[in-house]
Design a protein around this ligand. Structure first.
Ligand SMILES: Cc1cc2nc3c(=O)[nH]c(=O)nc-3n(C[C@H](O)[C@H](O)[C@H](O)COP(=O)(O)OP(=O)(O)OC[C@H]3O[C@@H](n4cnc5c(N)ncnc54)[C@H](O)[C@@H]3O)c2cc1C
Length: 420
């Protein structure tokens, strides 16, 4: 057991991933979390109105998200996620009622693009080759500049996919950030693009088992501890001020700052950070009678309405609207009515009054992953010798996702270990 300790600020997935990696290799880690619950932007809670556990937002993980599956293995909860067995991404266009599904094949050679029944209606295999343009995109290239050449493909596939992955509109979104996801998702065939979801909830899948693991392995977590400021001396952090008390940072100890970018920028003067953000809106409905998504799917992409995606878990239908900044200040009742109307059309629900609902608004869901935003993502290394950065917004080379968060925590832990 190494006697040095790492103080980790923020118990979202990035902070938890760092703590798991450190404690798994015999190092002491203490997490400080400002809220009463861990998980940050990836958490569950009990909702009385819906009589159910719901997540702050629908989260989809891909079969190719290697860091996430490695993290689950370490914390002993590989069964926390459930994969959809038939690999298909189903869609409906609300304006025409047309339904289709993208169905990648197993194996490395993507022959599915040559099959009419596996791709967007009225598209040609040729349209799919444009994704190769993403590979050569510069920092300032938008997704639209690479993939916007065909209107049908843009509306029916690229725009919904870009919004889902980057939480940013296609005409602004970074092509460079979309590429790593497209590459691993479609480059590995159906296995890579297999959708996974939290079996019972995000907290029981990804958060609670991590806390169990950390506390059983010489780590600890303190809730309700908001780091207010850091005292620096001679290019080192020497004290962490939590208001009611402060923590002296021992000589060999390390600090990992794993908080959202706007908070990190207040704690660490002059750091680089992406300041623009995008919202995500989620509406959870509990219809009176169980409702199924056609094709035994757990989710459905919606084109031509306000809703982007609907997910089904047990009795609860959950709608996601990404890059939802224009809607986020609308009244909940109005949002629920409009999204329920979309659902009734998408799922062919006849004459159904608005069921009990819960609206969850994440105003700063992710940083705006626009072309050029990659330049404002900092590395884990900071100008202070014992301070390391983690977070989905740091320079992971990946979009702001669970995979990116887990990877950033691991990178920070490796750096901390090297210094202790
Ligand atoms: C609605 C929604 C849907 C999403 N969908 C997907 C998806 O489908 N797939 C996917 O891969 N990703 C998705 N994401 C992204 C994913 O949730 C995030 O990338 C990830 O949760 C970020 O984790 P993090 O630890 O970097 O940051 P956070 O989760 O923000 O964690 C930071 C933690 O720091 C704490 N904190 C803040 N300030 C302080 C302080 N001063 N002192 C102590 N603690 C502090 C916060 O309370 C928080 O717990 C979604 C996000 C949202 C919001």
């Amino acid at each position: 057991m190494n006697k040095s300790e790492t103080h980790i600020i923020g118990a979202g997935l990035s902070g938890l991933s760092a703590a798991v990696a450190l404690t798994a290799s015999g190092y002491k880690a203490t997490l400080y979390e400002s809220s009463p619950q861990a998980g940050g932007r990836c958490r569950s809670f009990w909702d009385h109105e819906l009589n159910s556990i719901i997540d702050n937002g629908n989260h989809l993980i891909l079969g190719s998200n290697k860091s996430v599956f490695a993290y689950l293995k370490v914390i002993g909860n590989e069964s926390g996620l459930i994969g959809q067995s038939n690999v298909r991404i189903p869609f409906i266009d609300l304006r025409t009622g047309k339904r289709w599904a993208i169905r990648p094949n197993y194996g490395k050679i993507p022959w599915w693009i040559f099959s009419d029944s596996r791709r967007v209606p009225n598209s040609s295999w040729f349209n799919y080759l444009s994704i190769l343009k993403l590979m050569f995109a510069s920092n300032s290239t938008t997704v639209k500049e690479c993939l916007g050449g065909n209107t049908i493909m843009s509306e029916m596939l690229w725009e919904p996919l870009t919004k889902a992955v980057l939480n940013t509109e296609m005409h602004l979104a970074s092509a460079k950030l979309l590429w790593p996801v497209i590459k691993i998702a479609f480059g590995n065939g159906a296995k890579g693009s297999q959708p996974f979801f939290a079996r019972e909830g995000l907290s029981s899948a990804l958060i609670d088992p991590a806390i169990d693991f950390i506390t059983k392995n010489n780590g600890s977590i303190k809730y309700g501890c908001r780091l207010k400021d850091i005292e620096f001396n001679n290019k080192k952090a020497i004290s962490l001020n939590f208001g009611e008390y402060s923590v002296d940072v021992g000589k060999k100890n390390q600090i990992i700052i794993a908080v959202p970018p706007h908070i990190a920028s207040q704690l660490l003067p002059d750091i680089l950070y992406p300041s623009e953000t995008r919202s995500i809106l989620n509406a959870h409905f509990r219809p009176q009678h169980p409702i199924k998504i056609p094709g035994k799917s757990k989710f459905l992409g919606i084109v031509g309405g306000t809703a982007d995606w609907v997910f089904l878990r047990d009795r609860v239908l959950s709608v996601t609207v990404s890059a939802a900044d224009e809607l986020i200040d609308e009244k909940n009742e109005l949002l629920a009515k409009s999204l329920w109307k979309d659902l009734c059309t998408a799922l062919s629900i006849q004459n159904s009054p608005l069921p009990p609902f819960k609206i969850v608004k994440e105003k700063r869901a992710t940083f705006a992953q626009t072309a050029g935003s990659t330049k404002s993502r900092p590395n884990a290394k900071t100008p202070w010798k014992n301070v390391i950065l983690a977070g989905d917004w740091t320079n992971t080379g990946l979009p702001a996702t669970i995979e990116g968060s887990v990877k950033s925590g691991l990178t920070a832990a490796i750096r901390a270990r090297r210094k202790m």
